[in-house]
Ligand binder design. Structure first.
Ligand code: TIU
Length: 222
């Protein structure tokens, strides 16, 4: 299959490719979670839900592998570096009790993936303590076992967990493409800059494309 992408076309085979949705969690998208405690206007992020839902539905229909990640810490915070918890001046710190349960703690209501994009049986769900999806997880092994070499990305936030995960993937030899309207930042200028820096220098980190280009490729193949 071929996606009309930037800076040039992205070629992939469905069986070698996974759709990875990064941290589409209430903690980042809804008021009262980790994103808001850091001082961000979380309302910006909701805008990508319809396009992301459509891309996920089309990918599932085509039979592609789906990976969901969650930024999540153990209840005892043993996997949360003190530097991460103590940084800055958030209104609530990681592990504190908030309106959606303990901030950024696995299993809490606020830590769940939003209902619109909830994982279904057979999809991989990875809890990650860091920004990147490979740090302190077994995701690389799970993808290698399945012969995955290509990764399509969506999720939040563009310049933090999405970009870190794409860079980690690039260094592990994956070809990554970021779906432009399925990712968002609390800072629009950072999203724009991240898309530019990913695809610069002949796709130094990877590709970007609108989700319509993925849907067109899937329709063409069907
Ligand atoms: N703060 C921010 O922009 N992002 C994060 O802390 N985590 C993710 O990007 N998931």
């Amino acid at each position: 299959m071929r996606i009309e992408a930037n800076p040039f076309a992205y070629e992939f085979a469905l069986k070698d490719t996974a759709l990875v949705l990064i941290d589409m969690q209430r903690d980042f998208i809804e008021p009262g979670g980790f994103g808001e405690t850091l001082g961000n206007d979380v309302s910006l992020l909701e805008a990508i839900v319809p396009a992301t839902k459509a891309a996920l539905a089309a990918w599932r229909k085509a039979g592609g592998l789906v990976v969901h990640t969650r930024e999540a810490h153990k209840a005892d915070l043993s996997d949360c570096p003190p530097a991460k918890r103590s940084r800055g001046n958030p209104s609530l710190r990681i592990g504190d009790e908030g309106p959606m349960g303990r901030i950024l703690v696995a299993g809490e209501p606020g830590n769940q993936i939003i209902d619109a994009l909830a994982p279904v049986e057979g999809e991989i769900v990875i809890d990650k303590p860091g920004k990147g999806m490979f740090y302190a997880t077994d995701l690389h092994e799970l993808l290698q076992q399945r012969g995955i070499t290509h990764l399509l990305f969506g999720g939040v936030t563009t310049e933090v967990c999405v970009q870190t995960s794409m860079r980690e993937a690039n260094d592990r030899g994956y070809d990554g493409l970021l779906l432009e309207d399925c990712t968002e930042s609390y800072f629009p200028a950072f999203k724009a800059a991240t898309l530019d820096m990913i695809r610069a220098q002949g796709a130094i980190v990877g590709w970007t494309a609108p989700s319509a280009a993925l849907l067109a490729a899937l329709n063409h193949a069907a």
